[in-house]
Design a binder for this molecule. Structure first.
Ligand code: DAH
Length: 346
């Protein structure tokens, strides 16, 4: 077979092969076989030196024509196959489907509840103040009428940094810090972290409290009760009732603990099906905070005249309020950062 015949038959063979190439991979294999550096066209052309010199130009010209025609055919087929592959991908794609929204994060439930509580008191005219978590013995105990040997210190499970420096066990030191800086009358709340050496189902070594103090002339326990009643109804719902139980705190006299009517059984102590309410354990009441009238010793420690000024104070645990508000039974949920939990409250 002459070289010219070989070139023409190679071209025919390739055209037939192209028709059968159904994927980009087989197409590439064909290209290498026919047009590659060591392919069949190259091998035919390697016979050129054996041809009589006068015939060489015509063969070379034909070879170039065949080569560029075949290249064009490959290119055309490649574009067809690529377009088909893309159409295939688009076939499974429904542009009318709604997109998947990324989760954009949100505030922690404890922060949300703390913001809620602060919002309620701000609307009642209170300022929000912040103070240090590392406190001195003086602010955490002494100025709050908790002397060095006071038994109330036992309740606090204090984490000490040194003899006189500690992690605050409550937000009550902010009563003292605020009164030292401010002339009465005043009304502030102080949210923040507090620390105690305590860890079990219902206690974590760090938790959050909100302290409140109001000082003015002729403040009464009735004012305290009205304030806490308004607060409770706004945070837990308009049907919430409150009650005061006598209690003791060194920095208030008299002191009380405040219960709210249980929102899970509407204060009845039992559910509609007659079973005992698990949240309030059948009592119909839930303890939410401690409060009282500011003790004269506390006023004296900041230089206020107890004969002229009177006031009330209260302190509450934010996690506890959040648990009651959302019906959460395990305090540790707040600290495990399980998104399945957090997303439900955000
Ligand atoms: N500091 C108290 C505690 O940590 C809570 C408290 C009780 C704060 C009575 C007050 C108050 O301001 O009047 O348990």
């Amino acid at each position: 077979m002459s070289l010219i015949e070989k070139l023409n038959s190679l071209a025919r063979e390739l055209e037939a092969g192209l028709d059968r190439a159904l994927s980009l991979d087989t197409l590439e294999e064909l290209r290498v076989e026919f047009l590659g550096r060591k392919g069949r066209l190259a091998s035919i052309m390697s016979e050129l030196p054996g041809v009589e010199p006068p015939e060489r130009p015509a063969i070379g010209k034909l070879a170039n024509e065949v080569k560029s025609r075949l290249n064009a055919l490959f290119e055309g087929k490649k574009q067809t196959l690529e377009a088909a592959a893309q159409a295939d991908v688009l076939k499974g794609f429904d542009p009318t489907l709604p997109g998947r929204m990324p989760w954009i994060g949100s505030l922690h439930p404890v922060t949300l509840v703390m913001d809620d509580i602060c919002g309620i008191f701000r609307s009642l005219g209170y300022d929000v103040v912040l103070g240090p978590e590392i406190e001195s013995d003086y602010y955490n105990f002494e100025a709050l009428n908790i002397g060095p040997n006071h038994p109330a210190r036992d309740m606090h499970d204090t984490l000490y940094i040194s003899n006189n420096v500690l992690l605050r066990t409550h937000t009550s030191p902010m009563q003292i810090r605020t009164m030292q800086k401010t002339e009465p009358p005043l009304a502030v709340i102080a949210p923040g972290k507090v620390y105690r050496r305590d860890s079990d189902l219902t206690h974590t070594p760090m938790f959050h409290q909100i302290e409140g103090i109001l000082v003015d002339r002729k403040v009464s326990m009735g004012d305290l009760r009205g304030t806490l009643q308004a607060f409770s109804q706004r945070i837990f719902g308009p049907d919430t009732r409150i009650r005061f139980r006598p209690s003791f705190f060194p920095f208030t006299e008299p002191s009380a603990e405040v219960d709210i009517s249980c929102m899970f059984c509407a204060g009845k102590g039992q559910m509609d099906d007659g079973t005992v309410c698990r949240v309030c354990k059948g009592t119909g009441w839930l303890e939410v905070l401690g409060c009282g009238m500011v003790a004269p010793e506390v006023f004296q420690s900041v230089g206020y005249d107890p004969a002229e000024w009177s006031g009330f104070a209260f302190g509450m645990g934010v996690e506890r309020i959040a648990m009651l508000k959302y019906g959460i039974t395990d305090l540790r949920m707040f600290f495990e950062n399980d998104l399945r939990f957090l997303k439900q409250i955000a």
